[in-house]
Design a protein around this ligand. Structure first.
Ligand SMILES: Cc1cc2nc3c(=O)[nH]c(=O)nc-3n(C[C@H](O)[C@H](O)[C@H](O)COP(=O)(O)OP(=O)(O)OC[C@H]3O[C@@H](n4cnc5c(N)ncnc54)[C@H](O)[C@@H]3O)c2cc1C
Length: 275
């Protein structure tokens, strides 16, 4: 779409791109959402992809994912063999309602900052206990838990001019056992619910991440695997207003699917324990 309020595109920002940020500026990543809707309040786009941040940096401590890493690059990344949870990288990329353009141009950071309930990079990074590094225009840096970033549909904690610079996934989370479930109305459709459960290798705990069905990500943690009734109760106890409504599902439908898939994840991880 032509964005006829844009009067300038900064193609080569400085290494500290926030320094020059003004009201009416927007960070341009893959542009797959920015160019898909009218942006009457925007006058200038600042291209973050020109900064050429290294997309993926594996270290002994885990995986650093630059905000500008594309979905395509994340999907192609080959994890070390002991990163058992690495299969979630691919599964989450494949959870996109994705055209050719979205697949090749959309970025991890753009997806997180869009903060849509069906943002699969949010699901992935919350489930893998990631932390986000945020750069403010005054040069200060803060690091936040992925769980605390999205606050509602299309809402997050970013202050004006703040940039998501990178996502850091800890190695211990990448070594956890996992089970995931996703439902969409059509095979390649937008997620109605997307749940990921993880467990410490050899452990009996459960970390369940619930997304897409809820307006913001929800994490439900147990030190030892709960029985079906306890898990069900924890999901029933979530605030009623948290269930998301759109053409992909009513709040009641999403609540029901979450109960169903959470129980499947519980059983799958439990069966793995006994094996
Ligand atoms: C056909 C189609 C299907 C889609 N399917 C899905 C889907 O299934 N799930 C979903 O969640 N979305 C979906 N989207 C919406 C959108 O394309 C994705 O969320 C995509 O990941 C956005 O990434 P991007 O890099 O293109 O972001 P952009 O469009 O470049 O930016 C999106 C927003 O984030 C801001 N931003 C980008 N990067 C940063 C950063 N590093 N720091 C701070 N702010 C930043 C931008 O200023 C802008 O406000 C879809 C879009 C289309 C056109």
């Amino acid at each position: 779409m032509d964005l006829n309020t844009i009067t300038e595109v900064v193609r080569q920002p400085s290494d500290r791109p926030g320094e020059d940020w003004h009201q009416g500026d927007a960070w341009l990543a893959g542009g797959t959402w920015l160019y898909s809707a009218e942006q009457p309040d925007l006058h200038r786009l600042i291209d973050l992809t020109a900064l050429r941040w290294e997309p993926l940096v594996p270290t002994d401590d885990g995986l650093e994912i630059s905000a500008t890493c594309t979905i395509r690059d994340l999907h192609a990344f080959a994890c070390p063999v002991d990163w058992t949870a690495g299969i979630l990288l691919r599964a989450s990329c494949e959870a996109f309602l994705s055209s050719f353009k979205v697949w090749n141009a959309a970025t991890v950071g753009g997806n997180i900052c869009m903060s849509l309930p069906a943002g699969p990079m949010i699901t992935l990074t919350v489930a893998l206990e990631a932390r986000y590094e945020l750069w403010a225009p005054d040069g200060s840096v803060r690091v936040v838990d992925a769980l605390d970033f999205v606050t509602g549909e299309h809402r997050n904690i970013l202050a004006p001019g703040e940039i998501l610079r990178r996502v850091t996934v800890p190695a211990h989370a990448l070594r956890r056992r996992t089970a995931h479930r996703r439902f969409s109305l059509t095979r390649l459709g937008r997620s109605t619910v997307f749940l990921i459960g993880t467990q410490r290798p050899g452990g009996t705990d459960l970390l369940l991440t619930v997304t897409a069905g809820t307006t913001r990500p929800v994490r439900i943690a147990f030190d030892t695997m709960p029985d079906a009734r306890t898990l069900r109760q924890r999901i029933d106890d979530l605030p009623a207003g948290i269930w998301f409504a759109d053409p992909n599902g009513t709040p009641g439908h999403r609540h029901h699917l979450t109960q169903h898939f959470a129980e499947e994840i519980r059983r799958e991880l439990l069966a793995g324990d006994l094996a």
